[in-house]
Design a protein around this ligand. Sequence first.
Ligand SMILES: *Cc1c(COP(=O)(O)O)cnc(C)c1O
Length: 365
Amino acid sequence: MREPILLTPGPLTTSLTTKTAMLSDWGSWDASFNTLTAGVCADLIAIAHAADTHVCVPLQGSGTFAVEAAIGNLVPRDGKLLVLVNGAYGKRMARAAEVIGRQIAIYETADDTPPNPAELAARLAADPAISHVGLIHCETSTGILNPLAEIAEVVCRAGRRLIVDAMSSFGALPIDAREIAFDALIASSNKCLEGVPGMGFVIARKTALLDCTGNSHSLAMDLHDQYQYMQKTGQWRFTPPTHVVAALRAALDQYLAEGGQPARLARYTANYRALVDGMQKLGLTLFLRPELQAPIIVTFHAPNHPDYDFKRFYEAVRARGFVLYPGKLTEVETFRVGCIGAIDGAEVGQAVAAVGDVLAELGWV
Ligand SMILES: *Cc1c(COP(=O)(O)O)cnc(C)c1O
């Protein structure tokens, strides 16, 4: 039996090449590992077209660690972060800021509604204490794509700074630092880059990062210090996730060979089309209006049957080799299916067929 295919927002299915890149041990002091880190960081900056303005600071841990570190460093202790919330990750960003003692404000819209740029402009005008705005680019709890370019323009015009959680979009959706002003863009190894989990990174505006001395609430999450130390020594401050970095190197090599961001987006878009077309034929419907839905992770309404139970659904589809993802909405019963990972339209087609078999077997159609 092959391994199950993960139709999730990460950790996700990685290629054999990426997995086998982890079969070596690396010394954290060794020049070959320092070269590996430097090359990975250079490639990550290039993906955002940010080489002239920004630096990449990698950080051990999952994506949330990097979000918390970005806020703790870039938002000064007397700063105030306005978070645009339309799902769980927006809430998490606000919570992280609160836990580390930053002042926050929240502009919340419904799960299926992007923030309105004009409303944001009004809120910024009304509260001069707001120094930074936090945005989730693709809100993974539904898959909604928030209007990054429009928001960035409003924030820039108001003279405030933008922090973007691009965790589930980085590498697949275009983000160009030459056109979109941000102080920090945060992502991780294990989503659209198709690496394994264990490393986040912050693409930080160099001038803003260099201004951050003494801001950090935490020793381990001090990005400014991590950056300075890496500049001086080529090394991570504390034990690096060596195998994760090696896997990410391999994943980035495959990313570049595939054709970079446009090719990744094209493959995910094809996965998305195969998924949505197939599921709609089975009678399953999208939670979001299609024009708001990113081709990253898709929220479906649960089958409309009184016996529906996600756990049973999940187990039956799992037994056929595919891992689905639960919904994250409180008001409506939904489930999610990822379009990302080292998979293509054929595998998505097999997943849809498995879902169809399960619905028929359980009598939920
Ligand atoms: C995955 C993800 C994160 C980070 O989650 P971790 O579980 O810490 O890796 C943050 N924001 C978004 C939008 C995500 O999709």
